[in-house]
Structures are given as C-alpha cells and as structure tokens.
Design a protein around this ligand. Structure first.
Ligand SMILES: Nc1nc2c(ncn2[C@@H]2O[C@H](COP(=O)(O)OP(=O)(O)OP(=O)(O)O)[C@@H](O)[C@H]2O)c(=O)[nH]1
Ligand SMILES: [Mg+2]
Length: 471
C-alpha cells in the first residue's frame, strides 16, 4: 500500500519564509546584481505559487444539497406533463402514448415502499461477499443487486439510475475519476454510501490514514457518517500456540466478518430516510422522461427549422451577389436576417420581436467578425474559387457564398441554442451571449471542413449563376 507522508504546509512555509528572508537580505544588492535579483524573484515566486496552490486545493465548503422534497418533485412532474402537452399540441398527428404512459405512472412512485439498492464497485472489491451477508440480514422491503464497476462511462452510470441507493465498495483511496463520478451521482440525488472494504488488510494506523484521505475527498459531497470501513470476508489469520512440551502449534482461523458499522448505519437510514431515497429515484425518472420529451420535440422542431435556415441562406446569397460589399464586417452584419431569428424563435417558442431580432442579428454578425469566423470563411471560399478551375466567376460570387455560409452558421447555432431553452413558451428574453458563443464555436468547427465548404460553395455557385458551374 502506498502511504504518503504529506507535509505541504511545512515545506511550502519554509520555501516562502526562505524566499522572503533571501529577498529582504539581498534586496539592495539585488537591485545592482541582476542575477541575485532573479534568484530572489524565483524564490518569492515559488512561495506565492505554493500559496496559490494551497488556496486552490483547499476543499470546497460543505455543499451537500438537500434531497428534493415531495412538493419539489410534484412540481417537476407537473412541468413534465406541461412539456408533454406542448409536444402533443405541436404534433397532433403523431403517437406519443409511450411517453404519456410513462408520465401517468410517475406519481405512483410516491406510494412505493420497496427499496432497491445496488452494491457497486471495482472488480473483486467484495460485492458478492457483502451482498450475501446483507441478504441474510433480511431487512424488510429491501432488495440488493450487484452492479458492475462504477466509472465515468455513461452506460454504467445509467445502470444506477433506477436504484434508490448505492453501496460503493472501494479498497483504497479514491481516484480523480471516481471522485468525479461520486459528485455526479450525488448531484443526481443518488444516495451513496462509500465503503472501504477489506479493511482487515490494513493495520489500524494505515486504515486511519486512508480514512482520513477519504474524508477529505468526500467533504462537501457526502456526510462523514456515510463513509464506513468494513471487512465483508476477512482473510484467515495464523494462530500460534506454545505447548507445554515446548513445541509450537499453528493453525489458521477465519475471523468473523466485520460489517457492524454498515449494519447500524443502514438500520438508521432505512428507518429515517426511506422516503427520500425513493423520491431521489422518482426525481431521476422524471428528469429522464423530460429529456426524452425534449429530444423528441427538438427532432421535430429541427425538421421545421432547417428549411427556414436554407431559405434565408439563399436570400442572403442573392442579395450579396447583386450588391457585393467590399468590407467583410459589413457582409456579416448585413447577411444575417432579423426575420430568420424571429422565425426560428417562433418554432422554439422563444418570443423575439422584430426589434430585438434586428439588434440580435447585428450583434451576432459582430460576434462572428470578432471570433474571426468571417475572415476565415471568406479566405477559405476565396481559396476554393482560385484553386478550382471555375469557368466563370461573376463579381459578387465570393460575397454571395460568404453571406449564405454565414447565415447558415448563424441559423444552425441558433437552433442548437434554442434546443437547450425551455420547451414551453417563454417571455421575450435577450440571447445569453456566453452560451450562444459556445454553440457558434461548435457549429463553426463542425462546418469548417474543406469538403463541406467545397460542397457548399459548389451548391451556392450553381444557385447564384445557374448557367455556369464548376468544372
Ligand atoms: N481480505 C479480504 N478479502 C475479501 C473481503 N471481502 C471479500 N474479499 C475477497 O475478495 C475476493 C473477491 O470477492 P467478491 O465478493 O467475489 O468480489 P466481487 O466484487 O463480487 O468480484 P467481481 O464480481 O468479480 O467483480 C474474494 O477472494 C473474497 O474472499 C474482505 O473484507 N477482506
Ligand atoms: Mg461478484
């Protein structure tokens, strides 16, 4: 086992004091001797670097968010119902009975009594041994299931979505990714008990050190009582007995399992928190259903939104082709139609007046210039026109393709942005530019590939000047 003797405060403190001492002592001379000045600066810099690290690595304050109460979950379920109604209203001819059935069944979760608990953890961490022992204890209305290793992979985490609690077995300190998984589980209102199994393999001191490190890791995520050390199936120990005749008798003894701490904790939790654990699952089920509704609605809305983007893309192309502007910045702000924003907003139930649409379109064009998108795409298109033997390039071709391309980027980014908004009608709100910028960057990265641009440019040329084309 790796035991680390960590005294960062001492080491860092010494480094800092030494740095300061050195600096004060050589301050005057250092002004004259550049090299020493450098030494002092490095020492001080090192000290501050260490201090900064300490501040950064300080554990966050206790932030265990309370589990949602019955009212909060009931409100969330009502919201799901509203979202489903919205989906039905927008697509009256489609069948959504599967989602409806799920939504109708959700409130039944409030009457559930049985607990389903997963025993999860790495391979060979003792899950089967522990499950056998717990099953023998015969708690009322509790069932156990062994779950494969817990990692950050989505598929595995989904296995735990439907269980009310997780006994997470570990046999040493937590890794960074396990720590991350723990945080994610907890933020999904998943009840987790972190259990150090096989603790018989450690001496009392070693166990204390590990537990102390684990306590630091779970700080702010789990209450300290939910970290427990057990031995579900301890290894046999050698017993030696000195005989009267001077001989030594040796044999192996199997120590009894030590799971009392876990048993006591579960006793208490089953009596006091049973409902909360079940509500946690209900909350996750509701979230999953909301996501399902949203995905279905977004698919449908996207199918309606794409032709709109296409339409405005060619309108912009024709306008820029007929009246080519030399300045790229002007191209961006002129190309994006406010009406496209309003029309897309309507599909996604995001109210946008023409006035706000105009302001947003202008802002959006400026953002594209600022991010270098306009310049990059214009030079990529110009390069394509030069390097491909185009039979005839009319005056505004570059501007036409550019305007169409920028309109497309703006439209697709807006679709991505609106997909994350609430799906029910909302009051007029300006764009969240921080979020929108992320979407725009992602959409630009996806549509920046040379093949795409070439294909796009070819299509645009054919439209702008149907008699000509590409060789
Ligand atoms: N020393 C020690 N060994 C243990 C303890 N608990 C389980 N083991 C041993 O660990 C090994 C794995 O135990 P299992 O219960 O099969 O572990 P598991 O997590 O179900 O394993 P997989 O299903 O293969 O992932 C066995 O050899 C057990 O005897 C314990 O508390 N102490
Ligand atoms: Mg097993």
């Amino acid at each position: 086992m790796k035991l680390q003797l960590r005294k960062p405060i001492l080491t860092g403190g010494i480094a800092l004091s030494f740095g300061l001492w050195l600096w004060w002592n050589i301050r005057d001379t250092a002004m004259e001797i550049g090299e020493l000045g450098l030494v002092g600066a490095i020492a001080i810099g090192g000290g501050f670097w260490w201090l900064k690290r300490q501040w950064q690595t300080k554990p966050s304050p206790l932030t265990i968010s309370p589990f949602p109460n019955r009212e909060k979950i009931a409100a969330a379920i009502a919201q799901t119902r509203q979202n489903l109604d919205c989906l039905k209203a927008e697509t009256p001819h489609r069948d959504h009975t599967d989602l409806e059935r799920k939504c109708d069944r959700l409130p039944e979760g409030f009457n559930r009594q049985d607990l389903k608990i997963a025993i999860a953890g790495e391979k060979r961490s003792g899950k089967t041994c522990l499950q056998k022992m717990l099953a023998d204890l015969a708690w009322e209305k509790v069932t156990w299931e062994e779950s494969s290793s817990l990692s950050s992979k989505d598929g595995e985490k989904n296995q735990l979505q439907g269980v009310d609690g997780v006994l997470w077995l570990i046999t040493g300190d937590l890794t960074d990714s396990q720590h991350q998984t723990l945080k994610e589980l907890r933020s999904n209102y998943q009840r987790v008990l972190l259990i150090l199994n096989k603790s018989d393999r450690y001496s009392t001191e070693e166990r204390e050190v590990i537990l102390q490190q684990l306590h630091q890791h779970i700080f702010g995520i789990l209450p300290p009582e939910d970290l427990l050390a057990i031995s579900a199936f301890p290894s046999p120990i050698k017993v030696r007995q000195h005989q009267a005749d001077g001989g030594v008798k040796e044999w192996e003894e199997l120590p009894p399992p030590d799971i009392q701490a876990l048993r006591d904790r579960l006793d208490r939790l089953f009596a006091s928190e049973r409902e909360q654990w079940i509500w946690g699952t209900l909350w996750r089920e509701n979230q999953a259903l909301q996501q399902e509704i949203k995905t279905r609605l977004n698919e449908i809305r996207r199918d309606r939104a794409l032709p709109i983007v296409e339409r405005y893309q060619w309108i912009a192309a024709a306008a820029a082709f007929a009246n080519p502007v030399a300045a790229l910045d002007l191209l961006a702000t002129a190309a994006i139609s406010a009406q496209m924003l309003v029309d897309l907003g309507e599909i996604y139930q995001q109210k946008l007046s023409l006035q706000l649409g105009k302001e947003t379109a202008g802002e959006l064009g400026r953002l594209m210039v600022k991010l270098g998108i306009v310049e990059l795409s214009s030079s990529a298109i110009a390069h394509f026109l030069k390097s491909n033997a185009i039979t005839y390039v009319a005056g505004g071709t570059l501007q036409g393709i550019g305007a169409a391309y920028l309109t497309r980027l703006a439209g697709l980014s807006l679709i991505e942005y609106f997909q994350d908004c609430a799906i029910v009608p909302t009051a007029e709100t300006p764009l969240n530019w921080e979020q929108f910028t992320q979407k725009l960057k992602a959409v630009f990265a996806q549509n920046q590939r040379t093949e795409f641009l070439q294909h796009f440019a070819q299509g645009a040329i054919a439209r702008l000047n149907p008699q000509t084309g590409v060789n």
